[in-house]
Design a binder for this molecule. Structure first.
Ligand code: GLU
Length: 475
């Protein structure tokens, strides 16, 4: 398709969860792969839901993830402005076109009266349609009453790039509000005008608008304009697979994941996989592969399920794809305080042996403390280990002493450390789960660590011997 122009059109209401950002990602991918344009439009016409600072939050989220837009409120473009609140005159002009054609009218009813119609329909067990209560002689629209669309009900069928062929009967078409009494347009009206004027080729949006499409089709016809292609993205459900994903399901704001050290490329991969795959078993994609392979027609029709364990797994997989220098740069702000006294080469050694275990970057603090400072001996690490707890302290001391004596003689090459510790197993006739656990606790005072031999090598002889001594003294 020529001139692909997609848009992300969020309402600035604060929180941006993976479901919302996924819609932006799909739209961005469709634009990128066609060398098209991706547009950010802020839909801020619901003054009650608007929250301070949320436009900045949206912009920052997109930029952090690398979902850069070609036109938007802060950078402009050929179709400015990109904030709906700054386009009120445009909506008024388009509303007047409908008034002139006799396709819009001032709604004279009070909200109570409309409520009365609704109740009446309920009593009559009929679906409520405003058009059944259309006023015969509506007043002139002076901008203080809501302006309503005068629909021409009919059956529709249409194509959705994701769902396929859809249809609805004329009961789905009704008179809806175009401009509210506060002078702001509704989403239902404004997006149609904006998508048209901004030459949007594809509307990629969430499922909650699906039922309204027949009304939109009727409005496109009233304006005699073509509609863009529609692509309806299925919901993202919470981990229970029952209801729409929400904060309560532990779905964090996307920027919060970044703060915790999730990689933007992992979040992108994860969001793309919410409801999309290319029909192979591949799970890890980088961004350029996603651009090449993503197809709206491969997006599944059924809802996707949010699973934060999968996100953690994917993040780890992306961490392991980085080379050491790249990873070193990314973890810059995540080291523990005590690491300040250490140089790059030591920290890179730590990273090298830790890389395979790192799930997200903010874990670095808790996982690496012992590489940078001697931690207090924690007797509970031994008492909580069933095997070690069953052995008396004298024996533990003795083993540690033997290990110390052997390591003292070592040249501290990984090879020599490995040989010596393996010999020690033979000599004491103990399993690694006992002997190596004991040594590991002594030198790390942590519940887990990278491989023992590597950890010993990186820590260096002085620290290792000193920590063994400290442990012996405490037993
Ligand atoms: N402003 C709408 C929302 O945030 C956008 C829907 C659309 O993409 O058209 O839900």
């Amino acid at each position: 398709m020529d001139n692909v122009r997609t848009r992300f059109a969020p309402s600035p209401t604060g929180y941006m969860h993976v479901g919302g950002v996924r819609t932006a990602l799909f739209a961005w991918l469709v634009a990128k792969q066609a060398n098209g344009k991706f547009i950010l439009r802020i839909e801020d016409t619901d003054t009650e839901r608007h929250t301070e600072g949320s436009e900045e939050h949206i912009v920052q989220t997109l930029k952090t993830l690398g979902l850069n837009y070609d036109e938007g409120p802060d950078i402009g473009g050929n179709f400015s402005p990109y904030r709906q609140s700054e386009r009120l005159a445009i909506y008024k002009e388009w509303a007047n076109k409908l008034v002139e054609k006799g396709r819009a009218y001032a709604d004279p009813y009070t909200p109570q009266e409309v409520e009365g119609f609704r109740n009446k329909a309920k009593e009559e067990k009929k679906p409520f349609l405003f058009r059944d209560y259309r006023p015969e002689n509506p007043p002139r629209w002076d901008g203080t009453q809501p302006l309503r669309f005068r629909c021409e009900p009919k059956d529709y069928s249409w194509h959705d790039e994701i769902i396929g062929e859809l249809s609805a009967t004329k009961e789905a078409v009704d008179d809806f509000i175009l401009i509210k009494s506060d002078g702001y347009p509704t989403y239902n009206f404004a997006h149609i005008v904006d998508d048209y004027l901004m030459q949007i080729s594809h509307i990629i949006r969430a499922q909650e608008f699906l039922a309204s499409i027949p009304r939109y089709l009727n409005l496109y016809e009233a304006f005699s304009i073509e509609h863009p292609a529609f692509a309806t993205v299925p919901f993202v459900l919470g981990p229970d697979g029952k209801k729409k994903l929400s904060k309560r399901d532990g779905a964090k704001d996307v920027l919060e994941y970044i703060t915790e050290g999730y990689l933007p490329e992992a979040l992108i991969n994860f969001m793309a996989s919410l409801g999309w795959n290319d029909g192979t078993t591949q799970e890890i994609y980088d961004i350029s592969e996603l651009i090449a392979k993503f197809k709206l027609s491969d997006v599944q029709k059924s809802p996707a399920k949010f699973d934060d364990k999968r996100l953690i797994w994917m993040n780890g997989a992306h961490i392991r794809r980085l080379d050491l220098d790249e990873l070193y740069k990314k973890v810059e702000g995540f080291w523990p305080e005590a690491s300040k006294a250490y140089d790059e080469s030591y920290k890179k050694k730590v990273l090298t042996i830790l890389k395979d275990r790192l799930k997200y970057l903010s874990e670095l603090k808790s996982l690496t403390g012992f590489f940078f400072e001697d931690l207090r001996v924690k007797p509970e690490l031994i008492s909580q280990d069933k095997k070690l707890d069953a052995i008396d302290n004298k024996q533990l001391q003795e083993w540690l002493l033997t290990a110390r004596q052997s390591l003292e003689q070592s040249d501290f090459s990984l090879e020599d450390i490995t040989k010596r510790l393996n010999n020690l197993l033979a000599q004491t006739k103990q399993q690694p789960a006992i002997l190596f656990s004991l040594i590991r606790i002594a030198i790390t005072q942590a519940p887990s660590s990278p491989g023992l031999f590597e950890t010993i090598e990186v820590l260096g002889k002085d620290r290792v011997l000193k920590r063994i001594d400290l442990q012996i003294a405490k037993l």
